[in-house]
Design a protein around this ligand. Structure first.
Ligand SMILES: O=P(O)(O)OP(=O)(O)OP(=O)(O)OC[C@H]1O[C@@H](n2cnc3c(O)ncnc32)[C@H](O)[C@@H]1O
Length: 169
């Protein structure tokens, strides 16, 4: 079984390798075809689906595609971090799953409202570089108890499990 991950982000690739450790996992940078900063569950999920589909294009007929997408969404006035994953099979069946979500501090959501991307805002907030490729925003605001890789591993496990269930039944 070959898996193609639609991102060069190491946190995402490691999450897929962690769950599909028996498979050949490769990665390629594909477009999400949604905004750079998705602003709803719907848009974030669509970005994950678009990435997964783009992975099983020409030359990848036998492969499974996985797309992982980060975004934000409102519940009332509270902005939350949200994450979605999609797995597309070679015969184009689509499985989706979402990840844990946590509220973002007002100082962060105020910056996002100016049109900035979370990845840039969290780097400035933490005075770190490439948080998105490491512990992620979820890692920052959970004191590293849950990192971006761990959160995405859970999403990928949800995808794999749904596919296994469908395959067996
Ligand atoms: O290389 P790709 O796969 O594009 O990875 P990315 O982290 O840059 O991009 P995503 O599509 O996953 O996320 C969309 C935006 O939200 C940001 N973002 C989402 N979740 C994040 C997190 O946990 N930590 C930091 N930035 C995050 C991210 O930096 C982007 O600006």
């Amino acid at each position: 079984m070959k898996i193609v991950v639609g991102s060069k982000n190491p946190a995402k690739i490691r999450a897929v390798k962690d769950v599909f450790n028996e498979c050949k996992v490769s990665s390629k940078d594909v477009p999400s075809d949604v905004s750079n900063q998705p602003y709803s569950d719907q848009e974030t999920r669509q970005g994950a689906i678009n990435r997964a589909k783009a992975c099983i294009g020409i030359g990848e007929i036998e492969s499974f595609g996985i797309g992982l997408e980060g975004g934000v969404m409102y519940i009332g006035k509270q902005l939350y971090l949200c994450n979605w994953g999609a797995l597309v099979t070679p015969d184009e069946k689509i499985y989706t799953a979402s990840g844990a979500r946590i509220p973002l501090p007002k100082s962060i959501s105020d910056e996002l409202q100016l049109g900035k991307e979370l990845g840039d805002v969290i780097d400035v907030f933490t005075k770190k570089k490439d948080v998105r490729q490491n512990e992620g925003t979820i890692g920052i605001f959970t004191n590293a108890l849950v990192t971006r890789q761990e959160m995405f591993s859970h999403v990928v496990r949800l995808l794999k499990g749904q596919w296994e269930f469908a395959y067996k039944n």
